[in-house]
Design a binder for this molecule. Structure first.
Ligand SMILES: C[S@@+](CC[C@H](N)C(=O)[O-])C[C@H]1O[C@@H](n2cnc3c(N)ncnc32)[C@H](O)[C@@H]1O
Length: 468
């Protein structure tokens, strides 16, 4: 580490910015945000700084820099971009013992400016010591994504309980534990999702009875997307990183759990070769029981929890049991697989409608309306259809969909093992058999799937040309 991070208090202190252009504007804004009194020294001003001066937020000294400008300064920025002037600022600052930063000139600076993630009282700075600002910006983008926008609210919320917590719980591990539960558990999650009233009531309860934190956990039905962790939503990521318990099944991509909190309890409820899946009634009970003990429970489901994922049933059960449920949508297989195959699900020339249907509905006593599904200018996406491919194609053709209708099938969409095969509706069953396509896979059926023939997503050996 070449530099030591410190956070400067600039409220009501004098900050001098030498230069009036865009480079200077960023420094002026930053100092103003921190409550500083800002003086800009420059013969002329760019649009942004001029606007701030006109609005009375910064003072303007309309001339060249002079050492006396630093008389009252706490820090100074050299931001003219003119070598001789910036060097003069650095030399004068050093003589006056005023900390100086010269934009893009680490050698002339006492301090460098980190890339900042600003969440109110919570501020994160990323520094590369002024050497590679672009790298700092790239790291910042990653942290920005991980820190929820309402973190600032959480800081204000927690601060409002400071005195009460101090008065109620003696300094030491018990107070520390209490704080941890407030800022990292279900209470924090409620604040971050906008339910401050409930969070407030829970802190009061917790303060007034040691066991009352044990009530009111939440089950989050979270969409894990199709498999590639990059396709998780930011909210799913955050919940994974804060959950006490994660209940997941086999469709959750293997890389997704790498993003979960290390010490969270993980419960696998899917089918394994040697094990039957946990019955739905048991999953429901498990979720409710864990939530009732005050834990934050993430029920992670492949794709979107409410698309052929039994999320609706679990939510009904939990609500009936008095457990709070929140749904976090995910990217469903249809959307991810269509993108992977280069197929637009709708297209003004070919399809103005799209239907998602399960291919094994019959096993559960559901027979689709084949005539409706076979209509033209329509895209059909079939989930769970691999075992019924021949029958599905036959029904659609019998109801008028041409045998030459283009299709694409995506197996393990977005995973490293992804495969896309393409051909015509009449070839669906033989394509799957010839190439050993197995679950999980979706069928994309309709004129739009012709795009898979040319998108480059299908290797030549997995492609059968479609007439027309
Ligand atoms: C029980 S459904 C769950 C669907 C999930 N909730 C969703 O929104 O994608 C399982 C079926 O989804 C489809 N599926 C899920 N993930 C997939 C993937 N990565 N690639 C292809 N199909 C997938 C397959 O048809 C699989 O049999």
């Amino acid at each position: 580490m070449e530099q030591v991070p410190v956070w400067l208090t600039l409220r009501d202190r004098s900050v001098v910015v030498v230069g009036g252009t865009d480079k200077a504007a960023a420094k002026v804004r930053l100092a103003l945000n921190a409550g500083a009194r800002v003086t800009v020294v420059a013969p002329s001003l760019g649009i942004e700084v001029a606007e701030l001066v006109r609005g009375g937020r910064a003072q303007h000294v309309a001339r060249r820099f002079a050492a006396a400008d630093l008389d009252d300064a706490t820090i100074v920025y050299g931001a003219t971009g003119i070598d001789t002037v910036d060097t003069e600022v650095a030399v004068a600052a050093r003589a006056a013992r005023v900390l100086v930063n010269v934009v893009d000139r680490p050698a002339l600076s006492d301090f460098s400016m980190p890339a900042i993630i600003d969440r109110g009282a919570v501020v994160v700075g990323v520094s590369t010591g002024g050497t590679v600002p672009a790298l700092a910006a790239a790291v910042r983008a990653r942290i920005e994504a991980a820190l929820p926008p309402r973190l600032a609210r959480l800081a204000v919320f927690a601060e409002s309980f400071r005195d009460a917590i101090r008065a109620k719980i003696a300094f030491g591990p018990a107070r520390l534990r209490f704080w941890q539960r407030v800022v990292a558990g279900p209470i924090a999650e409620q604040v971050l999702s906008g339910d401050e009233a409930r969070a407030h009531a829970q802190v009061l309860q917790a303060l007034n009875g040691p066991d009352s934190m044990q009530t009111g956990g939440t089950v989050y039905l979270v969409g894990a997307g199709p498999g590639d962790p990059e396709l998780l939503t930011l909210r799913a990521l955050r919940l994974l990183q804060t959950a006490d318990v994660i209940v997941y099944d086999r469709l959750v991509g293997p890389g997704v759990l790498d993003y979960a909190r290390r010490d969270a309890e993980r419960v696998f409820v899917g089918k394994e070769p040697t094990r039957h899946p946990v019955p739905q009634s048991e999953i429901n009970m498990l979720l409710a029981d864990r939530a009732r003990t005050g834990l934050s429970v993430v029920r992670l489901k492949g794709g979107d929890p409410l698309i052929f994922g039994r999320g609706g049933e679990e939510a009904d059960h939990l609500r009936a049991a008095g457990v709070k449920v929140e749904v976090v949508p995910g990217i469903t297989a249809a959307l991810a697989c269509a993108a992977a195959a280069g197929v637009p699900l709708t297209h003004r020339d070919h399809a103005m409608e799209v239907t998602f249907v399960t291919g094994h509905g019959r096993d559960e006593g559901f027979e689709p309306d084949w005539a409706t599904l076979a209509r033209s200018r329509h895209t059909l996406v079939v989930y769970m259809g691999v075992g019924h491919a021949g029958e599905i194609a036959a029904k659609l053709m019998a109801n008028g969909l041409p045998a030459s209708t283009p299709i694409a099938v995506v197996q393990n969409g977005t995973l490293e093992t992804q495969r896309v095969v393409a051909g015509s509706l009449a070839q669906l069953e033989s394509l799957l058999a010839d190439h050993g396509v197995s679950n999980p896979a979706v069928f994309l059926i309709g004129e739009v799937a012709r795009a898979a023939q040319t998108s480059g997503a299908v290797p030549a050996e997995l492609l059968r040309a479609v007439a027309g």
